[in-house]
Design a protein around this ligand. Structure first.
Ligand code: ADP
Ligand code: MG
Length: 343
């Protein structure tokens, strides 16, 4: 008698959720990626109790067609790619078709959505991966996903949740990184009834940076911009005296996707050279635009790591950009405009 069997969907999704939703902030990250991919201009995030009792992401994007709503919760169901070739040309943040089924497997999810062409929207409710309700609903165009009682049926995961403050900080961090990567979109985060972040979405990286890092750092920021035939770098780097004790304020985004990269971090440090002492790390927020065929984003389910096919070129360009920016030492127009509006 054979002993191998195929896992039930719920179990498979709960296992996938282990990688995709390691903490409340990871669910937020997936949901805001979906909102961004849907072309939203305004994205609102609400969290209660570290995201454990409530997480909600509302967008004004395309919405989901009524016939697609249930499909969106199926594992490996996606509107973003069809074959492996599409992956190399990917412009969307999502592509794995795992977020909604994973989140739904470990929480109680209500999704309400309406596309522009439909007069009314649809609401579906899932508990532990099971559809428990589907009803027509009046709602604005776009999508709202409400996640209640995250990890309620995965006690092992719940044990790894840290203090509520820590989880809240991660939620704000994940949205702030997305907001920095997309200054053209407005993000608002409300945590336990308090507004924790609000970016205007006016398209200015400086305006996003100011909302996120505060005026003092913004005033000490220099505008970085350098293009080569293959890459365009743009962003803000802060004067060395504001360097921090951890790497966590060196932010990078590639084609609008916030990523983590030790290599890019080291390239920035090389640009600052002796201006920052060893063990200190400057505050930077740098966006890289490049041909998507030169990166692989399918490295890990969380999609925060990428592989560059020409990593050395990217790093050399970044070091050069940082060096030039610090040497020019221009009180950038940014700072001038700031001085004007404080005057
Ligand atoms: P992926 O983003 O990798 O495609 P998800 O599980 O996150 O997988 O979402 C599944 C599908 O549901 C998406 O491909 C998209 O078509 C749809 N979807 C999810 N969230 C939204 C949203 N906020 N607005 C519009 N469509 C959405
Ligand atoms: Mg997604």
């Amino acid at each position: 008698m054979g002993r191998i069997h195929v896992l039930e969907d719920l179990v498979a999704n709960q296992i996938a959720a282990g990688e995709v939703v390691e903490r409340p902030a990871a669910a937020v990250k997936e949901l805001i990626e979906n909102a961004i991919d849907a072309g939203a201009k305004k994205i609102q995030v609400i969290a209660k109790d570290g995201g454990l009792t409530l997480l909600e992401v509302q967008d004004d994007g395309s919405g989901i067609a009524p016939e697609d709503v249930k499909l969106a919760f199926l594992r490996h169901a996606t509107s973003k790619l069809r074959n492996l070739g599409d992956l190399s040309k990917l412009r969307s943040l999502g592509f794995r078709g795992e977020a909604l089924p994973s989140i739904a497997a470990i929480s109680k999810v209500t999704l309400r959505t309406r596309i522009a062409d439909a007069e009314e929207g649809v609401q579906v409710r899932f508990e532990a991966g099971q559809l428990v309700e589907q009803t027509p609903v009046g709602c604005p165009k776009g999508t709202r996903v409400t996640v209640q009682d995250l990890f309620y049926n995965t006690p092992a995961r719940l044990k790894f949740v840290r203090s509520l403050q820590t989880e809240n900080a991660h939620i704000v961090d994940v949205v702030a990184r997305a907001a920095m990567a997309r200054p053209d979109l407005s993000f608002r985060v409300q945590i336990d009834e308090r507004e924790a972040l609000h970016t205007l979405g006016d398209g200015s990286a400086f305006s996003a940076f100011t909302a996120i890092q505060g005026r003092n750092l913004a005033k000490a920021a220099l505008w970085l911009s350098l293009t080569s035939p293959d890459y365009a770098l743009a962003g803000l780097i802060v004067a060395p005296e504001f360097a921090r004790k951890s790497r966590s304020d060196m932010w990078f985004a590639v084609n609008g996707r916030p990523i983590r990269s030790v290599a890019l971090g080291n390239a920035v440090l090389a640009g600052y050279s002796t201006l920052v002492p060893k063990g200190r790390f400057p505050v930077v927020a740098i966006s890289l635009s490049m041909n998507p065929t030169l990166i692989d984003v399918n490295v890990h389910p969380s999609k925060t790591e990428v592989r560059f096919s020409e990593e050395r070129d990217v790093c050399a360009l970044l070091t050069e950009a940082v060096k030039q920016t610090l040497e020019k030492g221009v009180a950038s127009p940014i700072v001038q405009s700031l001085q004007q509006d404080t005057a």
